[in-house]
Write a protein that binds this ligand. Sequence first.
Ligand SMILES: NC(=O)c1ccc[n+]([C@@H]2O[C@H](COP(=O)([O-])OP(=O)(O)OC[C@H]3O[C@@H](n4cnc5c(N)ncnc54)[C@H](OP(=O)(O)O)[C@@H]3O)[C@@H](O)[C@H]2O)c1
Length: 240
Amino acid sequence: MNILVTGGSTGLGKSIVHSLSDIPENKVFFTFNRHEEEAQSIVREKQNIIAIKCDFTNVDEVNDIEKKIPLYDLDVLINNVYVGSAQGKHFHKTESDLFMQSFKNNILPTIRITQSAISGFRAKRFGKIINILTAYLVNLPPIGFSIYTANKAYLKQLSKSWNSEYARYNITSNCISPEFMLTNLSLNLDERVIEQMQSVHPLKKLLTPLEVAESVVYLVKSSQQINGAHIVINAAKNIL
Ligand SMILES: NC(=O)c1ccc[n+]([C@@H]2O[C@H](COP(=O)([O-])OP(=O)(O)OC[C@H]3O[C@@H](n4cnc5c(N)ncnc54)[C@H](OP(=O)(O)O)[C@@H]3O)[C@@H](O)[C@H]2O)c1
């Protein structure tokens, strides 16, 4: 399969790229922005990995990837990028412009990339979209996560429209909502907070990007009957 992972240079995206490229029949394209060196070293590991520079905040680079996607003949799109920090200020202290800016940086590029992918999927009557959300859509979000969780909720709702409009074209859209993982996104967290999270975790250990990547591989390999699923990975701390 030809697969595009957005944000594959670090964290969860990198684990997804690794896991999917272990299957030799797959050709894995991934985007990167700041971590060019990491991206190049991932590419050097295997022949079936291709890195593409795309800064979601740069309209020209988003235009460029939108135009290139038809050439990749994609079967699978994995929407994984998150631009900016997950944690901000209390809702009442957050400037309203920041909601718009984050929407522009996260949702609009994801919409444009997904539209481009869907055009190809419709033509070949096959496609899979996998959206990386957050378990905070189920669990109560921590203080300061209003922009982040609102963006993820928007993407979750878009996924339902993709289900409604494209199931007949044999295109699926599924979501994965992981709980906290140690990645660059969670870098600035106090060690004591991390220890506390570990101690109250039912398994006494934090979720890893590799464990989430396994679920992505499952969805990539699964039947097209699996459509509209939302896999929440939170060790049953909260259930729908
Ligand atoms: N960590 C968690 O606790 C957690 C929990 C649930 C869900 N998630 C989700 O998992 C996904 C991956 O996050 P992560 O935890 O793996 O953090 P991460 O390592 O920081 O990954 C974020 C990715 O987004 C890319 N990115 C950031 N700014 C960008 C920009 N302006 N343009 C294009 N790409 C940009 C980064 O690329 P560069 O590094 O190359 O710039 C990186 O590949 C996100 O959707 C996040 O919401 C994370």
